[in-house]
Design a protein around this ligand. Structure first.
Ligand code: SF4
Ligand code: SF4
Length: 112
């Protein structure tokens, strides 16, 4: 499930440098006037963080799961490996609450 930015976005730009995949831009690529996440590059931060890094820093909590684009933890880890072919990632079974939001009940979006 990729993350999307909702219309509540205030264009502060804080999230953009936090994304490990450079999936976020200011809207010029997505053709919209709020910040935008490229779903092909969003891995929900699996392999890097225990929650969505964008949502963690967003002052208005507008980085939320896209219910129309559901992906498994395994699919997201594979996606991260393809985006970063030169980087070492934990094996699926070795992901923890610090490297996968699937294992982190305390993340900001846990109740969504
Ligand atoms: S959830 Fe993670 S990978 Fe997806 S856009 Fe946000 S920071 Fe980037
Ligand atoms: S941190 Fe939140 S409000 Fe700021 S640009 Fe990103 S999505 Fe928009």
């Amino acid at each position: 499930m990729a993350t999307i930015i909702t219309e509540e976005c205030i264009n502060c730009g804080v999230c953009e440098p936090e994304c490990p995949n450079e999936a976020i831009d200011d809207g010029t690529k997505g053709g919209v006037d709020i910040y935008y996440i490229d779903p092909d590059l969003c891995t929900e931060c699996v392999g890097f963080h225990g929650e969505e890094a964008c949502q963690e820093v967003c002052p208005v909590d507008c980085c939320v799961p896209d219910e129309d684009r559901k992906e498994t933890e395994e699919e997201l880890l594979e996606k991260a490996m393809k985006i970063h072919p030169d980087q070492d990632f934990p094996a699926l079974d070795d992901l923890t609450n610090e490297t996968s939001l699937f294992r982190n009940p305390d993340r900001k979006n846990a109740n969504l």
